[in-house]
Every structure is written in C-alpha cells, then in structure tokens.
Design a protein around this ligand. Structure first.
Ligand SMILES: [Zn+2]
Length: 206
C-alpha cells in the first residue's frame, strides 16, 4: 500500500477536482471510518425572509450565502466534497484517488444536471467509468461491477396488456384480502365486547 500524507492528499484532490471541472466545489475533511467520501451539493432554500430562520440556517451551514433575488431571499450552501482521513490512513493513496474520482462523479451529476433515480445507478456508473473510477478492493461496498452490469443490461421489456390485467387482478385480490382481514378483526373485537356485556348483564341480574 502506497501511503499519502493529508497535505499531499488535499493537493491531489484539489487538482483532480479542478481537472474535472468541479474546482469551485469546496474541499473538507471528515473523520468517519465507514465512508471514504461524501458529496454534498448546494442546498437552496428560498422565501425565508426573517432574520431568525436565516440565523438558524447559518448555524447549520456556516458557509451559507444569502442572496436577494426578485424580492425573495435565496439561501444557498456551498457545494462540498468531503473525504475521510481515517480512510487515507487505512487504505493509502490509490484508494484515495478512486474515492476522489467517485465523489467527483457524483458532483458532475449535479453540475451536468443529469437526471437519476439512484445515486449509484446506471447514469452515475457510466460517468464514473468515463472519468476512470476503478473497481478495486472496496468494490464490494460500491458495487461497481454490478453497476457496470446494470449499465450494459438491456432495458426491461414494456409490460403487455395481459401483464397489466394480471397485475390489476392481483391488486384487487390483495385489496379484498386486506378488507377481509380488517372485517375479521372488527368481528373479533365486537365479539369480545359482547362477551363483556353479557358478563355484566349476568352479574346485575343475579
Ligand atoms: Zn457514492
């Protein structure tokens, strides 16, 4: 394992970020052991104009900016890429480079406004591969191999009319079963209540 100092690591990360067009993102260290990196895109909130909410927001995000646009305040946090110091110590230089590229790929998804449902889905995997993220020892966690598989997988065929009908029937059946279960519970409850009343009637009629 090739070691790397924190200073070298930061320099390297900043260079990679600039090379890939996310040089304006902030760099931050974190001390988590379970995650190597984290991508925190800009969070924007608008229409808050009172000072108290701004103060709260500012406490949560010290680097947040406030801008007056069309008479409304827009609060925005800066975009940040965070990297774990314990990971560098544990896994060394090569893994750190992969981690940085992994997070840059996330950042680029936001920068290029690529629509995606899952953060490590097909779109991300394609982008990650294109900038050189490799599947290494931590591949199990990130599952790059599966992502590559997903990226190359043929899309699911459109459901046929028969499939749709079957699905509707299954839905109706599930609903009916649910209702039956509810009714059974209600009947049971009523029976218990009835028994209670019967006991009372017996007690007072003695
Ligand atoms: Zn990720």
């Amino acid at each position: 394992m090739k070691e790397i100092t924190f200073i070298e690591a930061k320099e390297l990360a900043l260079k990679l970020m600039a090379d890939h067009g996310v040089g304006h993102w902030n760099f931050e260290w974190m001390d988590t052991e379970s995650t190597g990196g984290q991508c925190c895109p800009t969070i924007k909130v608008c229409q808050w104009s009172d000072e108290r909410s701004w103060k709260k927001w500012h406490e949560k995000f010290p680097d947040a900016q406030r801008e007056l646009i069309d008479g409304k305040y827009v609060y925005a946090t800066p975009p940040i890429l965070k990297f774990s110091r314990p990971w560098i110590v544990k896994y060394g230089r090569d893994t750190f480079v992969d981690t940085v590229l992994h997070e840059i790929a996330h950042a680029l998804m936001y920068e290029r406004k690529i629509p995606h449902k899952r953060s490590h889905g097909k779109e991300w995997a394609e982008l990650a591969f294109s900038i050189g993220v490799r599947d290494k020892e931590f591949g199990g966690r990130w599952g790059l191999r599966e992502m590559a598989y997903a990226a190359n997988r043929k899309p699911k065929p459109e459901p046929t009319e028969a499939d749709k009908k079957l699905k509707q029937k299954q839905k109706k059946l599930a609903h009916a079963q649910k209702m039956a279960k509810q009714t059974a519970t209600r009947i049971k409850r009523l029976q218990t209540a009835l028994k209670k009343w019967e006991r009372r009637v017996r007690f007072y009629s003695k």
